[in-house]
Design a protein. Structure first.
Ligand code: ATP
Ligand code: MN
Length: 456
């Protein structure tokens, strides 16, 4: 259908010319001589006012119902009130009726209610704004890496390794249950791949393969985690941005992470001003100030050991008191970034026991060159590290954890043949979208969120 996007119609300079627009009815107002329809097509926040001269044009009542879809031909004119244009209707065609059972009514739209109708919630301003921001952010991710000399790599989603031996992987199988098999090994021998396979929790290990040949790479794709927890920041399927950089140490990794985040926030500020104004008014008061502050200030950096010292003084107020060696829980992450630093903070050099086998072992023998970036309101948004590049040390770390080294022979080869210092990080894309929109639940920045007992 030849038509003009409403975003374009609103700012078009072609006043006095004919235009055709399509969209869904948002409001209808009637008076003696004139009627007004507001039409939205999702291309921007703006709704185009359709002005109907009732003496010249009879309107089908179905065209006035909330949610009905229309195609309208008319003449663009400067809006009588406010900015932009409106359309004096000449013809109105009903594309699709919308009966009163339409669930997107003005009064019932809580986020919780909308989660129950994921196929229709995108008709609301909030969700349209979220997904416009998400799209702009995704484009900005590719643009950032492309202009900084990174290659875009696609790593496999089906994998035989589970990245760190954590038991949170979904299994991939084509076999029905079969009582005849005596052992797990027997079962998998007869399975599609002949070994146990699953959905990848991270593209990092394969990313290292590419980085130690191409120099700088990134992946941007889905990761899967069978997280058995129902939090507001975990999904079973999320999008993961994972740069991996050769000839880089932990400070280089931190520099890239900070630069990338600021670039992405700037892109959203520049390209989605209307959306951010909306979120600032209706979702998170002070959002714009927060984002402008973040792009103009340095992120904080603090070692894990320093962080624990700060937190131990407040142990009385935590549900889970901390000591050196504890994993940081969400309450601790929030305290650090919201109460102590008031901005994003890189926590570095964690105890090796609570981090992955592949992280570079520090000289103190106790910590690894890892970093998590914690952000106010969300907690961890990035997890990264310098990788252990020394063959012997990597083998020792795997032995300490009782890992099966034969499953990582290729990964170990990277340390045998021309090993280099390298590192990278994983940014949870949905967590970034939460941060820039102020949306508090990860389910509300994902088209069809998947989590425990939820696959609508
Ligand atoms: P968390 O401690 O929040 O569970 P993690 O330490 O398990 O995260 P990493 O393995 O470091 O996460 O993954 C890198 C990034 O991917 C995280 O910083 C986060 O932004 C994102 N992420 C991890 N797990 C999930 C998930 N289940 N849903 C959405 N995003 C996730
Ligand atoms: Mn992490």
């Amino acid at each position: 259908m030849k038509h003009l996007d409403i975003a374009e119609a609103l700012k078009s300079q072609n006043e006095g010319k004919d235009a055709v627009v399509c969209g869904w009815v948002r409001t209808f107002r009637d008076s003696a001589q004139v009627a007004f329809l507001e039409l939205s097509d999702g291309t921007s926040f703006g709704k185009l006012q359709i002005v109907i001269d009732k003496s010249a044009l009879a309107v089908d009542p179905e065209c006035t119902k909330l949610g009905a879809s229309l195609c309208v031909k008319g003449v663009l004119v400067k809006a009588y009130r406010g900015e932009g244009n409106e359309l004096n209707a000449k013809e109105i065609h009903l594309l699709g009726k919308c009966p009163p059972e339409y669930p997107i009514q003005k009064k019932r739209t809580t986020l919780d209610f909308l989660r129950g109708i994921p196929h229709l919630r995108l008709r609301t301003n909030t969700f349209q704004a979220v997904f416009r921001v998400r799209s702009v952010a995704a484009q900005a991710i590719h643009r950032y890496f492309h202009t900084h000399g990174y290659y875009y790599i696609n790593t496999p989603l089906i994998t035989a390794s589970d990245c760190e031996g954590a038991g949170e992987m979904f299994r991939v199988t084509t076999r029905p249950w079969n009582a005849a098999e005596k052992s797990e090994a027997d079962y998998y021998k007869n399975d599609f791949f002949g070994v146990k396979a699953g959905l990848s929790v991270s593209g990092q290990l394969e990313g290292e393969v590419a980085a130690t040949a191409l120099g700088k790479i990134y992946t941007f794709g889905p990761s899967f985690r069978a997280e058995n927890s129902n939090t507001k920041r975990h999904l079973a399927e999320f999008w993961h941005v994972e740069p991996e950089i050769a000839f880089a140490e932990l400070p280089d990794v931190i520099e890239v992470a900070e630069d990338l985040l600021k670039y992405l926030i700037r892109a959203v500020l520049e390209e989605c001003p209307e959306e951010l104004k909306f979120f600032d008014s209706f979702v998170e008061k002070g959002l714009l100030e927060k984002l402008n502050h973040v792009v103009n200030s340095d992120f904080a950096v603090c070692t894990y050991t320093e962080a624990i010292k700060i937190l131990e003084e407040k142990n009385a107020q935590f549900e889970f008191p901390v000591h050196w060696g504890s994993d940081l829980q969400s309450e601790h992450e929030k305290y650090l970034t919201e109460k102590i630093f008031g901005r994003p903070v890189f926590v570095t050099d964690y105890p090796k026991e609570i981090k992955s086998f592949y992280m570079k072992q520090n000289a103190d023998g106790k910590t690894v060159a890892a970093t998590d970036l914690l952000a106010p309101g969300i907690g961890e948004i990035i997890g990264g590290s310098e990788r252990e590049a020394d063959y012997g040390k990597l083998v020792a770390a795997m032995d300490e954890r009782g890992m099966d080294k034969s499953a990582y022979a290729q990964y170990l080869d990277l340390r045998l043949f021309g090993t280099v210092p390298h590192g990278g990080f994983g940014l949870g894309f949905e967590r970034f979208v939460m941060y820039v929109t102020g949306m508090e639940n990860i389910r509300d920045v994902t088209l069809f969120p998947r989590s425990v007992k939820n696959i609508m």
